[in-house]
Design a protein around this ligand. Structure first.
Ligand SMILES: Cc1cc2nc3c(=O)[nH]c(=O)nc-3n(C[C@H](O)[C@H](O)[C@H](O)COP(=O)(O)OP(=O)(O)OC[C@H]3O[C@@H](n4cnc5c(N)ncnc54)[C@H](O)[C@@H]3O)c2cc1C
Length: 258
């Protein structure tokens, strides 16, 4: 069975890795050459601690403030765009306690599984600088501290290991810098990688395993046989497919319209 994956970012390449290992023929198509992009230029933080969905009731007020500031972590250039407005309304509708409670356990399962898979990859790929010493959530006010401690309790209930630290204990961990915080929670299951090295190691391993690559090739449409996709069309070839996985990141909207 030939499985065609559209997009050679981290989702496409890890998908290719596990499918190939399970015995499928895999073809990855990318419009670039797998040397750059979101999956190369991120922070490399693998975070089981982040089991609370982004869409929480408090985030809307904070998010609107952030959206206006180009230096914030959530800046979106304001523009009259139907897709953006539709996304914003759906996000607002999802930001309620009921959905947060319903979705957190599922997110927790996904995050913990992803974390375990990092260990798989560490054992099979060239070194990608996996650092497994946990990550701190630090706080400066007691109010935020109360919230962080509640989060730590919830994390423990989900099976994560945490250490709640006061200022002095944080300082004892962070010997290289003078800390200016009221305290912190160390999430021991969190880890970080060098994303560029991870992508390069994955790409090298996939070539060794015999995954086919069509690079500098843009997917332009799909051929259908009844209600099934039978081939992927690109700007320079047609590729037969038994199954198709769309993993083209933020370009997904355009692909779904083909
Ligand atoms: C600044 C920053 C920091 C981040 N930090 C973290 C972090 O610490 N931890 C974390 O978990 N996440 C982080 N993220 C998010 C993470 O980087 C992304 O979620 C992830 O890289 C998305 O991977 P992807 O494979 O879905 O998409 P991408 O990496 O964007 O890959 C999609 C690929 O599809 C290709 N493509 C698109 N359209 C077509 C087409 N029509 N035909 C062929 N190919 C096509 C593109 O060329 C691209 O290579 C961060 C993101 C940013 C921007």
């Amino acid at each position: 069975m030939n499985i065609v994956i559209v997009g050679g970012g981290i989702i496409g390449l890890t998908g290719a890795y596990y499918l190939k290992k399970s015995g499928f023929d895999v073809t990855v198509i990318d419009k670039n050459d797998i040397t750059d992009g979101c999956s190369f230029g991120n922070i490399g933080y693998v975070s089981p601690s982040h089991f609370i969905p982004l869409a929480t009731p408090g985030i809307i007020k904070q998010g609107v403030k952030w959206m206006m500031s180009s230096s914030s972590p959530f800046y979106i250039k304001p523009r009259l765009n139907a897709d953006l407005m539709r996304w914003g309304l759906t996000f607002k509708k999802s930001a309620n306690n009921q959905l947060v409670e319903k979705n957190a356990p599922h997110l927790n399962n996904l995050l913990q599984l992803s974390r375990q898979l990092m260990t798989d990859l560490k054992n099979d790929l060239d070194d990608f600088s996996l650092v497994e010493k946990g990550i701190f959530m630090l706080y400066k006010s007691e109010l935020t501290g109360k919230h962080e401690k509640e989060m730590a309790e919830q994390a423990e209930a989900f099976g994560l290991k945490t250490i709640v630290c006061n200022t002095q204990q944080v300082q004892e961990y962070e010997t290289e810098t003078e800390v200016d915080v009221a305290g912190g929670v160390l999430y021991l299951d969190d880890c970080h990688v060098n994303p560029e090295k991870l992508m390069q190691s994955l790409y090298k391993k996939l070539k060794e395993l015999g995954v086919s690559f069509h690079l500098n090739t843009t997917v332009t449409g799909f051929e259908r046989n009844g209600n099934k996709i039978s081939a992927v069309t690109t700007d320079n070839a047609k590729i037969q497919a038994d199954e198709v996985i769309i993993a083209n990141g933020s370009w997904m909207g355009s692909c779904l319209n083909y």
